[in-house]
Write a protein that binds this ligand. Structure first.
Ligand code: DSN
Length: 421
């Protein structure tokens, strides 16, 4: 007897509502200028791995030491991802299980500290992250965070202030890294400060990990003992996180992830992280990282020429933080107008912002996704001019529609990878 051939119905046949949502999101991603600096277009290969049957497997534990049977195959995926991560970033040990950058940060805190211990991190309105000790976040509730910021004049990290604060509070861990900071981070200086007070230096490189992998930002290797990252920003991988560290901290980090703060890892996402780490080790990726920074600098110059103020006076990364108030507009109004013109950014506070976080004086924008589409200096000048026009015309829907049409033409000329053509 032979089994009857059974063709499983596709998503569009079983759930047309979800299929339609996905189709419309593909369309949106393909037809806007995606300029949120933490977003990117993952390759088709990465998306294929995320959508694979590895999602079916439970694998609590680590390769060779799982709490479930049947893990021989997925162990290979996790080992591949770990080996590629340590080789790419130059560390002894990697944990590729964190579901996000936030989970990676929380796992390190759990692994290294007891609740109530003192940690130092960058304050949110200076460009830090919620998990660097904000009071509404578990990090700020569980640990005694003290926050450093930026210098009022230069709007760059105040390392002297950081040292003074560290001497006063003697933190166990010092966190460097940011989500809205356009300048390079001086990991060597941060390590000197950490050494002065015998703290561990943790670098949260979530925003810049792709630039580091591509050789366009100094590496934390040799300075930070522990590094966390998300995997979907400049690294261009699947949505997720990772930790890399010196072998001395490996056991504590691993226990902080599992069983400390996570259960079963997402093996499909871990396989996709392995794919991303292979892509990020290529000469093409080095060129991508270089172009991303050059594009941000061209964009920044164009915006400044159009009358906007650049926080810190410019950028050395993928990110530009723009004070939009010289054009008589505030952050949330500016970001909404830009979206109406097909330019997707996010409003943001700027250092010492007189506006609350729900309004903000700034707009945060970045070039990772546009650079993935193949755009270069000419397009950045064009995009900068479109942004300035849209901000000038923020209340004029007819002008915003005209700009939208120009955005559509630009998107058509530079199709995004990973999306259906
Ligand atoms: N939400 C991320 C960002 O946009 O920068 C940080 O986790």
């Amino acid at each position: 007897m032979t089994a009857t051939a059974h063709v499983e119905p596709s998503l569009v046949e079983t759930d047309s509502e979800v299929a339609d949502i996905i189709r419309r999101e593909e369309d949106r991603q393909g037809t806007v200028l995606e300029m949120i600096p933490s977003e990117n277009y993952a390759s088709r290969a990465v998306i294929e791995a995320v959508g694979s049957v590895l999602t079916n497997k439970y694998a609590e534990g680590y390769p060779g030491a799982r709490y479930y049977q049947g893990n021989d195959v997925v162990d290979e995926a996790e080992n591949l991802a770990r080996d590629r991560a340590t080789a790419l970033f130059g560390f002894d040990h990697a944990n590729v299980q964190p579901h996000s950058g936030t989970q990676a940060n929380m796992a390190v805190y759990l692994g290294l500290m007891k609740p109530g211990d003192t940690v130092m991190g960058m304050q949110l309105d200076a460009g830090g992250h919620l998990t660097h000790g904000h009071k509404v976040n578990a990090s700020g509730k569980l640990y005694n965070f003290v926050s450093y910021g930026v210098d009022r004049e230069t709007e760059t990290i105040d390392y002297d202030g950081m040292l003074a604060l560290a001497k006063e509070h003697r933190p166990k861990v010092i966190v460097v890294g940011a989500t809205a900071y356009p300048r390079q981070i001086d990991f060597a200086r941060a390590r000197e400060i950490a050494d002065e007070v015998e703290a561990v230096l943790m670098a949260d490189m979530a925003h810049i990990s792709g630039l580091i992998a591509g050789g366009s930002h100094p590496s934390p290797a040799g300075h930070a003992q522990i590094v966390t990252s998300s995997t979907h920003k400049t690294l261009r991988g699947p949505r997720g996180g990772l930790v890399i560290c010196d072998s001395k901290y490996a056991r504590r980090v691993d226990r902080g992830v599992f069983p400390g703060s996570q259960g079963g890892p997402m093996m499909n996402v871990i396989a996709a992280k392995a794919v991303m780490l292979k892509e990020a080790a290529t000469p093409e990726f080095q060129q991508y990282a270089r172009q991303t920074v050059e594009n941000a600098q061209t964009l920044a110059q164009t915006l400044e020429d159009a009358g906007l103020r650049l926080v810190s006076g410019g950028t050395e990364t993928h990110l530009v933080l723009v004070d939009v108030t010289p054009l008589d507009v505030v952050g949330n109004v500016a970001a909404t107008a830009l979206e109406h013109a097909g330019i997707v950014t996010n409003y943001n506070t700027i250092p010492f912002d007189p506006q609350p976080p729900t309004v903000g004086s700034g707009v945060r924008m970045g070039t990772p996704a546009l650079t993935t589409r193949g755009m270069g200096a000419d397009e950045m000048r064009q995009v900068g001019q479109l942004i300035a026009r849209a901000l000038e015309a923020h209340a004029d829907e007819a002008e915003l529609s005209k700009i939208r049409a120009e955005v559509n033409a630009l998107c058509e000329a530079f199709p995004a990878p990973g999306l259906p053509r």
